[in-house]
Ligand binder design. Sequence first.
Ligand SMILES: [Zn+2]
Ligand SMILES: [Zn+2]
Length: 236
Amino acid sequence: MAFCPKCGSKRVLDVLCEHCYKEEHSLLDSFKDIHLVVCFSCSKFQSGNRWIRFTDLKHALMSKIKNKTKFTPGAKIEEFIVKPILPDFKSKPGVTINGETEVVIKGKVHPKQKTLSKERYIVPIKISFTTCKICSKKGTQYYEGVLQLRDIDEEVYTYVKQQLNKAGKRGVFVTKELKVKNGYDFYVTNQNFLKKFGVKLKKRFKGEVKVSVKLYGRNKLTSKNLYRVTVLFRQK
Ligand SMILES: [Zn+2]
Ligand SMILES: [Zn+2]
């Protein structure tokens, strides 16, 4: 019969009894610095090179913290609860807030554990508000191309407005809309979108589409030529 060398219990899990085993082995290995970078205008947070949309700042934090948490190898995590405590703050670019969060972790370190280990930590967190690449383009006169609609009826106009609105949710923006003779000009931040959109318009409505590309400069960082595209749709 084996006994727990720490407390003498007969119900041994490994070498130790379950109680003593939990005291000696934690689920958590370590936390890395938790710094969440958030775009204040489109509600996305930065994860490596990507920006990920979130609906609730708490969810964004949770995902970030999970990412920055190193568990003990082999530990099976069943619950991960994050309760941030943040001071009052304004979300505008340039603002950084320091807060902390309670993190509760439940799970098993040893596969034969009958009850879950439960650990509670208070972890410092930092949140910075900034403007992501896409949003900083949106706020300027930036555009990659122009959608020109000519001789169109109400139906086409309504459809285009709807589609452009939808595209805004995917990061394609109209930075300028002009009423011109016989139609409208929309300045748009994504030329791939524009090219595809021309094809889409032609399929849906009777008319002709003309695409033209113009060189307008050179990117100083990459030395690549920069082009702007014009997609003209004329209804028939
Ligand atoms: Zn024991
Ligand atoms: Zn943004």
